[in-house]
Design a protein around this ligand. Structure first.
Ligand code: ADE
Length: 233
């Protein structure tokens, strides 16, 4: 089982997510456990503050070393059996490695447990990043107000790839799995405002349908993400 511990100042941002079918299934199948830890519970500041102005001046606030390191230490000692060998620490950060299908797949399969830090304000003290050998992951070249949404994106993309979480075959044909985008999909009714579903999809000839879908995948990839066809990665 992959153990995930999320360090956040906004635990309730994860409530809906933890209640979705795919995540409940992954937990039920013992594929993952998810624990939420409130960074604020570890501050020794009498006003419960976790963020302070940056040394050297500048705008915004920085989450300080103490509550964050205590929250990480607590996660190791109370939730991860002090299993430091098999645990990696991630910080969701706009300067991190860009998340893509391959990285999600790697995290999904790698057998490691993860502590995931969701920062807020202008970031976290750099010394924590060094101290825990933290891996930084970004979900795109833009800046969010906090790491929670990014963490949700990461978790969703990782957990849905775990065997048994989605129905069988669901991953086979989807975008990025085969280095192509997915072909267009249609459902009832067969005619919508005069637009008909492509005839071949109603033919029942599965070989022909597969050939058609493959060509459509190539057409769609060419149209939306032509660089994927050149990419040899
Ligand atoms: N936190 C703020 N912006 C982010 C981004 N783009 N990716 C991951 N974490 C972030």
């Amino acid at each position: 089982m992959k153990k995930i511990v999320i360090l956040t100042l906004f635990k309730n941002m994860f409530d809906e997510f933890l209640n979705t079918n795919a995540i409940k299934k992954a937990i039920e199948l013992n594929k993952i456990s998810i624990d939420l830890v409130d960074i604020r519970d570890f501050t020794k500041d009498k006003h419960k503050r976790v963020d302070f102005p940056p040394y050297g001046g500048g705008t915004g606030m920085i989450i300080s070393c103490e509550p964050l390191s205590l929250a990480i230490d607590y996660s190791f000692s109370n939730l991860l059996d002090n299993d430091k060998e098999n645990t990696k620490v991630i910080y969701m950060s706009p300067r991190g490695k860009l998340l893509n299908y391959n990285l999600s797949k790697e995290i999904s399969d790698d057998g490691y447990n993860y502590v995931i830090i969701c920062g807020h304000y202008e970031g976290i003290d750099e010394r924590v990043i060094e101290e825990y050998n933290i891996i930084e992951i970004s979900i795109g070249d833009y800046v969010l107000t906090g790491g929670e949404l990014a963490c949700l994106v990461l978790l969703d993309s990782v957990i849905r790839l775990m065997p048994g979480v989605l129905s069988e075959g669901a991953l086979d044909e989807e975008s990025h799995t085969n280095k192509l985008l997915e072909y267009p999909q249609y459902t009832k009714p067969s005619v919508f405002r005069g637009k008909k579903v492509p005839e071949i999809l109603l033919s029942g000839n599965h070989q022909k349908i597969n050939e058609y879908r493959k060509l459509e995948s190539i057409r769609i990839t060419k149209k939306y993400r032509p660089e994927m066809l050149k990419d040899d990665k």
